[in-house]
Design a protein around this ligand. Structure first.
Ligand code: ATP
Length: 329
């Protein structure tokens, strides 16, 4: 099978936007690819997270992804730092073929440097080289990334090419698989759903039916429909609730709702009720699996993943050392 990899940010909680934009794609991809998913704790160090929080977020992230259907039998799930020896070694070799000037011109670097001028660290500049090491360590053929990471993937491809020119044909040039591009809207009524905007603006995968009902009830709907008797505007632009339906409600049901809304046969309360039920259908299996999965279970999964990943990684490292001409003593 074709190999693929994807990195996961260690954040404590997931919302239905993350489910739609990231998790769902990983669960589907593990059926088609030889999939490796890693929790990117080394990458997160550029912003100096608190040690205890980092540890607990990594464990919780593993728990969340397994509860969401990432299956350790079907893929390899590991923490990036559990392969630090191999990744950091490869990172050193790759850093020698990557011109510094090019790294400093990367738009994401320039943007981060501008936002946090007090913390432009060496690791931040080298971020794309570390990412190249994550990918090349397994001679990975496909990388699942968001659009915003495409520039970084291009750097990984360039690094592979330059390395191969110097040392022979060792690495493939990985191709992107783009994540689900849709952006689930925020319950706040504008922008995408995001953890940073507060719990009332997103549906967490841990919310129960009551919480979901309550949050959906309070969300903004069609601003032009003031009275129940007026026809509504069931379009993605015209109504935030309808926008959410477009992600979580099946086509037939959605068409019926739209028709009823245009004719003022259904009010916002009932329409929101249907949305809440459909959101709950996504969230409930997650919530139940999450509750059954202990932290110790999650750590076990990560240990198994580490051992599976390390086997392949070490064989690639041996090949790389040989190609470079390092004395194997
Ligand atoms: P933060 O608010 O801390 O920036 P976030 O909730 O926006 O976090 P990220 O950790 O930035 O989420 O993203 C994790 C994954 O979820 C990424 O693959 C991202 O593309 C996806 N994602 C985040 N928000 C949405 C959304 N509203 N709709 C679809 N996908 C999303």
């Amino acid at each position: 099978r074709t190999s693929m990899i994807s990195g996961i940010r260690p954040t404590g909680e997931l919302h239905v936007g993350n489910y739609y934009g990231a998790l769902k794609g990983l669960v589907e991809a593990q059926e088609r690819y030889e999939a490796r998913y890693f929790i990117a704790d080394l990458h997160s160090l550029t912003t100096h997270p608190k040690p205890d929080q980092l540890r607990s977020y990594v464990i919780e992230t593993a728990r969340n992804y397994v509860a969401g259907g990432v299956d350790p039998q079907r893929c390899t799930l590991y923490v990036q730092s559990s392969l630090a020896a191999e990744i950091c070694e490869l990172h050193t070799y790759l850093s020698m073929v990557m011109p510094l000037g090019e790294l400093m011109r990367v738009p994401t670097f320039k943007e981060k440097a501008k936002r946090h001028p007090d913390n432009i660290n060496y690791g931040l500049v080298g971020y794309p080289v570390l990412m190249a090491a994550d990918i090349l360590l397994f001679k990975t053929e496909r990388v699942m990334v968001g659009e915003d990471q495409l520039v970084h993937l291009e750097i990984a491809r360039t690094i592979a090419r330059r390395f191969n020119q110097l040392y022979g044909d060792v690495f493939p040039e990985a191709q992107p698989i783009i994540e689900n591009a849709g952006r689930v809207p925020s319950l706040a009524g504008s922008g995408k759903m995001s953890k940073s905007d507060g719990a009332a603006t997103y549906i967490s995968l841990k919310d129960d039916g009551t919480a979901i009902g309550e949050k959906v009830r309070r969300t903004v709907s069609d601003p032009l429909r003031v009275y129940r008797e007026e026809p509504g505007h069931p379009t993605v632009e015209g109504c935030n609730v309808f926008h959410l339906h477009s992600y979580f409600t099946g086509e037939a049901e959605r068409e019926t709702i739209a028709e009823q809304c245009r004719r003022a046969e259904i009010g916002c309360v009932a329409c929101k009720g249907q949305l809440a039920a459909n959101l709950n259908a996504v969230v409930e299996p997650f919530r139940l699996r999450h509750a059954r999965l202990s932290e110790a279970d999650a750590v076990d999964v990560l240990r198994i993943g580490r051992d599976k990943a390390r086997e392949k990684a070490q064989s690639v490292i041996a090949e790389v050392r040989q190609a470079i001409g390092l004395l194997m003593v």
